[in-house]
Design a protein around this ligand. Structure first.
Ligand code: FE2
Length: 358
C-alpha cells in the first residue's frame, strides 16, 4: 500500500489470509500505514525494510512462531510495540511473549473496538518509553556538559590564582632593579631544563609555575634587609632564609599547586645536604627544587648584581661546573650545559640580541 506521510506504521503478522486482510482493512480505516506478513521470516524482512512502530502478531504460525518472533523483532527494532493475538487456550504462550518483550495480548476472536483500544494503549506506552529514553539521554548530556563547564571554571580559577601570585612577585621584583625579571627568567630556564631532563609536560608546567613563584616568600623579608647593600649579618641571613618556608606557607592553601609547593620550599637545598630549610641531600631533594636551584644560580651569575658584574654564559657555566656534585645536581648541570650551548648556537644570547633585563 502507498506510504502515508506521518502515519504510524503497523505490521500485521498472521499466516491466515482472511484474518490478515480483515486486520489490514480495519487499520487502514484507522489511518495507519499498514504492512502485512504471512510468516515470521516475512515479518523480520519487513522490519528490516521499514521503520515499524507496532507489530500485531499471531502466536501460532507455521515455521517461526509468534513466541520466537518477538525477541528477534525487538532486536531489529528496539522501540517496537508488540501486541500478540492469542488463541483462547493459549494463555501460557501469550505470557511467554510478554516476558520476551510484548506489551499486551488479545484473545481471538477479536472485537475490533478492543483491538483499537489495545493498539492505542501500546502506542502510548511506546511513546512514553521513547520520551523517557530521550530524557535520560538529555540528562546524561546535560550532566556531561555541566561537568565540563565546572572543570573549565575550576581551571580558570586556578589560572587566576596563579596569575594573582605572579603579579605579587612582579610587584616585589619591581622594587629592586637587580631582581626585575628574575623569576620569569628562572621559570623559563627551569621549564627548559625540565623538558631536557625528560619530564612529562604536566611536570614541566609545574616547574615553570614554581619558577615564577619560587621567591614569593620574600614578601615576608624586611625591607631593610631586602635593600641592604653589602654583606648580611648572620641574623639577617637567617631571616632571608625564611623566605622558602614563608613561600611554601603562602602557597599551601592552593591545593591545586601540588608538587609546586615542595619545589618552592626546596629551591635552596644543596646536592651535598648543606642547603636549607631541611638540609635534604641528593635525590631526596624534589627534582623540581634541584632544577630551580640550578636555574637560580645561573641567573644570579649571568645578570648584574650589586656585588658583581654579570658573567658571560660561558663563564657562568664554567663557574657552575665547580658546583656540580656539591651545590647542584650533576644531571641538572649536564642539562644546563646542553640547553645553554643550544641557546648560544641559536644566537639567542648573541651580542646583537637584547640583554637580559636587569
Ligand atoms: Fe630564593
Amino acid at each position: 500500500m502507498a506510504d502515508l506521510p506521518n502515519a504510524v506504521s503497523v505490521l500485521v503478522v498472521d499466516d491466515e489470509e482472511p484474518i490478515r486482510s480483515a486486520l489490514k482493512r480495519f487499520l487502514v480505516q484507522q489511518h495507519f500505514d499498514v504492512q502485512a506478513a504471512a510468516s515470521g521470516d516475512e515479518a523480520l524482512a519487513a522490519l528490516r525494510r521499514h521503520k515499524i512502530a507496532l507489530m500485531l502478531c499471531d502466536i501460532r504460525m507455521p515455521g517461526t512462531s509468534g513466541v520466537d518472533l518477538v525477541p528477534q523483532a525487538i532486536e531489529i527494532e528496539p522501540d517496537l510495540a508488540v501486541l500478540m493475538l492469542s488463541a483462547v487456550n493459549d494463555a501460557t504462550s501469550a505470557a511467554l511473549c510478554m516476558q520476551r518483550g510484548a506489551m499486551d495480548y488479545l484473545t481471538k476472536p477479536i472485537e475490533l473496538a478492543d483491538l483499537g483500544r489495545a493498539i492505542h494503549r501500546a502506542l502510548k506506552q511506546r511513546e512514553s518509553l521513547l520520551q523517557q529514553r530521550h530524557l535520560n539521554q538529555w540528562l546524561k548530556e546535560e550532566v556531561t556538559t555541566s561537568r565540563a563547564e565546572l572543570e573549565r571554571q575550576r581551571q580558570q580559577l586556578e589560572r587566576i590564582s596563579i596569575a594573582t601570585l605572579e603579579a605579587l612577585v612582579n610587584a616585589l621584583e619591581a622594587k629592586d632593579p637587580y631582581l626585575r625579571g628574575h623569576s620569569a627568567r628562572v621559570a623559563d630556564l627551569s621549564a627548559t631544563l625540565a623538558a631536557e631532563l625528560g619530564l612529562a609536560d604536566e611536570q614541566v608546567d609545574q616547574v615553570r609555575v614554581a619558577g615564577r613563584l619560587h621567591d614569593i616568600g620574600k614578601i615576608g623579608t624586611r625591607e631593610t634587609v631586602m635593600n641592604k647593600q653589602g654583606p648580611l649579618t648572620p641574623e639577617e641571613y637567617e631571616h632571608v632564609k625564611q623566605h622558602v618556608v614563608i613561600g611554601s606557607q603562602i602557597l599551601a592553601p592552593l591545593a591545586h599547586l601540588g608538587a609546586v609547593i615542595d619545589m618552592v620550599r626546596s629551591h635552596h637545598e644543596r646536592w651535598d645536604g648543606s642547603g636549607y630549610p631541611d638540609g635534604l641531600r641528593g635525590a631526596d631533594i624534589p627534582q623540581g627544587g634541584r632544577i630551580l636551584a640550578a636555574a637560580e644560580v645561573y641567573d644570579a651569575l649571568s645578570t648584574s648584581r650589586p656585588y658583581q658584574e654579570k658573567l658571560t654564559p660561558e663563564a657562568t657555566l664554567e663557574r657552575m661546573r665547580d658546583l656540580a656534585g656539591s651545590v647542584i645536581d650533576p644531571k641538572v648541570f649536564e642539562a644546563l650545559a646542553t640547553v645553554t650551548g643550544r641557546r648560544r648556537s641559536l644566537v639567542f644570547l648573541d651580542e646583537g640580541s637584547p640583554e637580559p633585563s636587569l
